[in-house]
Design a protein around this ligand. Structure first.
Ligand code: IMP
Ligand code: MG
Length: 309
């Protein structure tokens, strides 16, 4: 902090939600700004309750944190209102006036497209919604009466907060390898997911950022189609305790061992200044519940050291 960008290092599902909610409480976050769209689900456990948030920023766990949705984001109005209710954060929630809107027709177009089906999209309609935005015919947040009480200037609020020395977190979604520019095209999502793009979606310049935290999981997962180097079978994944299903769509996640080469590239493109590594206990037995680095098994410490290097 004060201004930290949190980005995913692989194909999403690294545990960004967990890390963001942890930072929100630990650092007493003042502002949390979410980018991206409804295709992403950030899983957060808070007060024994599980949240899979598609719209509301993960910083909601910090009581006084202002929660914003960036100009570059795409808002699914029904999902937004549902989660606002569920998390009880209406009085501290804002949406940029220029955020674009995802509509039912976009989901229908997504599901009807053979091409998008072959890419294994989430079916939420984010690709078609972005196409509409690029055509410059999209509906924006300022045009939607249900959003009227939330509409604000997120770039102005965020930059002011940074200038006042507040703790600000810019919340990325998905991971670098799903980036439209830097990922495994065409098996990617419809936006750039890198740290620079997260800043651009919010309207924060590169000189205003202090930290870029890149989140990795101790093994790699991928949902949908496209290449996954060193992929293991579902049976093997179950045996290793790596098997997961998607928080949003419930689909099986494919898995592979941690990939240092890809991690190095992700650190480079994101300009990472620090890393968070999740699920260490799934790869190195004996880590569960430990909070002190020195107590970790040797193998786990060596893995962390190598990742850091
Ligand atoms: P779309 O973003 O729904 O168009 O899907 C394009 C690709 O990105 C598919 O492979 C999806 O599985 C993947 N994808 C999109 N959002 C997420 C996410 O939040 N986590 C993991 N994969 C995602
Ligand atoms: Mg997810």
């Amino acid at each position: 902090m004060p201004c930290t960008v949190v980005a995913g290092g692989f194909w999403g599902d690294e545990g960004k939600g967990k890390i963001i909610s942890y930072l929100a409480l630990k650092d007493g976050l003042d502002f949390c700004v979410r980018t991206g769209s409804v295709n992403a689900a950030h899983t957060i456990w808070f007060q024994s309750k599980r949240y899979a948030l598609h719209m509301i920023p993960g910083g909601f766990v910090a009581e006084k944190c202002r929660l914003l949705i960036a100009a570059g984001a795409n808002v699914h109005v029904a999902q937004f209102l549902k989660e606002a209710e569920q998390t009880g954060v209406k009085n501290r929630l804002g949406v940029d006036r220029q955020a674009s809107i995802i509509e039912e027709k976009h989901a229908a177009q997504d599901k009807a497209s053979e091409h998008l089906k072959a890419l294994g999209t989430t079916g939420w309609g984010v690709g078609p919604a972005i196409e509409e935005r690029v055509r410059r015919t999209a509906k924006l947040a300022k045009d939607v009466p249900e959003l009227a009480s939330y509409v604000t200037d997120v770039a102005l609020e965020t930059n002011r907060a940074i200038d006042e020395g507040k703790n600000v977190l810019l919340e990325g979604t998905q991971g670098l390898l799903l980036s439209l520019f830097h990922g495994s095209y065409p098996y990617v999502t419809s936006r750039d997911t890198s740290a620079s793009a997260i800043c651009s979606e919010v309207g924060v310049g590169p000189t205003k950022v202090d930290e870029v935290m890149l989140v990795f999981k101790s093994f790699v997962t991928r949902v949908g189609t496209g290449p996954l180097p060193e992929e293991i079978s579902k049976e093997e994944a179950i045996k290793r305790g790596w098997f997961e299903t998607a928080a949003g769509t419930g689909r099986d996640r494919r898995s592979a061992p941690f990939n240092f080469e890809l991690a190095r590239r992700a650190a480079m493109i994101n300009g990472a200044t620090c890393l968070a590594v999740t699920k260490l206990d799934c790869v190195f037995p004996g880590c569960q519940g430990l909070r002190v680095y020195e107590r970790l098994p040797l193998e786990a410490r060596e893995f962390i050291k190598r990742t850091e290097d």
